[in-house]
Design a protein around this ligand. Structure first.
Ligand SMILES: Nc1nc2c(ncn2[C@@H]2O[C@H](COP(=O)(O)OP(=O)(O)OP(=O)(O)O)[C@@H](O)[C@H]2O)c(=O)[nH]1
Ligand SMILES: [Mg+2]
Length: 363
């Protein structure tokens, strides 16, 4: 088992769960960093090209058939939580000042955030919506969501170029699981998918990605544990181009947004993609655990500053009654939520549609 503890190790909120069978820390050398000027990585590449035959059957269970139901079930707790309280408060005729104050507190309790909750209430009070105060709050919340192209797909520089997706976030938010779900979704659409095992931090992370790759019918490019993640991405971009895959998705190790050296590592991975595949305009998707609370905003801002996020994936929406974080995060970043995770199974990743989301929340 190769595993090492490096000085820059990100804190792991889940204790030792992320550290499988940690052997003597000194046994594995610090790998030489991948050159920043994007030369091929030095030294032999191990464990690369873990290739599944292409053209496998599409992964089961990842289709769009259950999207509507899935979203409704995914926000069930929030619908029964802060939204039910909102409706209870505002459903009994003309609300007075105390009621509006309770609405504001309920929105804060639902993770909309204090400043935003105040603004929403102020505007909703003035709005005099035909549908009454509940409709007014609903309209104001909807207005917080950023405009997006409903037909969005990850950008490709050309028909021969892969879409490139870099998946980032703090520890344990659901990055690798989401990559598996995404791969299955794209495979179900008939696209070929290559995964890059950019979490080289521990062997189990590479194995986890391989398992998802097998399940989804996606190829995996991996180096040995401890390798430079930028070198993995470098090779994976080359492989994606050579094999003409449609979508390349790179996993990354979870990291605390406050550790600047680890944030720099991400920025470097991003630069490798930009230089190796000019015009790729990679999607940088930030995976946020919806149960995190308002600290998620600080995380998102730090990741945005270092890597330039293009989208958000909000996971574990099924596990929280505080779905208001969706409004807070989009408002704070001006970046759209692209998908929501509503469970641990392969089909539990749904494209985010603002209307459908608000409809399911208030339904
Ligand atoms: N309920 C629920 N659980 C989820 C969802 N997405 C992921 N999980 C669970 O969250 C846990 C962590 O998932 P991982 O995919 O390993 O998280 P990660 O971000 O890759 O973790 P690190 O690589 O250690 O940073 C697993 O138990 C997943 O099954 C979701 O949408 N809903
Ligand atoms: Mg992971």
């Amino acid at each position: 088992m190769f595993w090492r503890r490096r000085p820059s190790e990100p804190d792991r909120p889940d204790g030792d769960a992320a550290v499988p069978d940690a052997g003597p820390a000194a046994e594995v050398e610090e790998p030489s960093p991948a050159p920043d000027d994007v030369q091929p990585p030095a030294g032999p590449v191990t464990q690369r090209d873990e290739v599944q035959p292409s053209g496998q059957a599409a992964a089961p269970g990842a289709g769009a058939a259950r999207d509507g139901d899935g979203l409704s079930a995914g926000v069930e707790r929030s619908r029964g939580g802060f939204v039910a309280r909102l409706k209870g408060l505002l459903g009994r005729g003309d609300p007075d000042a105390a009621t509006w104050e309770a609405v504001e507190e309920t929105l804060i309790g639902g993770d909309v955030g204090a400043t935003l909750a105040l603004e929403v209430v102020e505007r909703a009070r003035r709005r005099r919506e035909a549908g009454g105060p509940v409709a007014a709050v609903r309209a104001e919340l909807t207005a917080l969501l950023v405009d997006r192209d409903p037909g969005w797909v990850p950008h490709r520089a050309g028909p021969e170029s892969p879409a490139v997706i870099l998946v980032v976030g703090v520890n344990g938010t659901g990055k690798t699981t989401t990559i598996g779900k995404l791969a299955a979704r794209y495979r179900a659409e008939g696209q070929t998918v290559l995964l890059a095992a950019g979490d080289t931090f521990r062997a189990a992370a590479i194995e986890q990605l391989r398992t998802w790759g097998d399940r989804a019918g996606a190829q995996v490019v991996a180096h040995a544990p401890g390798a430079d993640p930028s070198a993995v991405v470098y090779d994976a971009v080359d492989a994606a181009v050579a094999r003409r895959v449609d979508v390349l998705i790179a996993d990354t190790a979870g990291r605390l947004h406050t550790k600047s050296n680890l944030m720099d590592e991400l920025a470097k991975m991003r630069r490798v993609i930009d230089r190796r595949l000019p015009g790729a305009q990679p999607e940088v998707l930030f995976v946020l655990d919806a149960t995190t609370g308002q600290n998620g905003l600080a995380q998102a801002k730090a990741f945005h500053a270092s890597t330039g996020l293009t989208g958000i994936i909000l996971t574990k929406l099924d596990s929280t009654a505080k779905g208001g974080i969706v409004f807070a995060i989009e408002q704070a970043l001006g970046v759209p939520v692209r998908f929501v995770g509503v469970g641990e199974k392969v089909g539990d990743l749904l494209p985010f549609d603002p209307e459908a989301f608000v409809g399911a929340l208030f339904g």
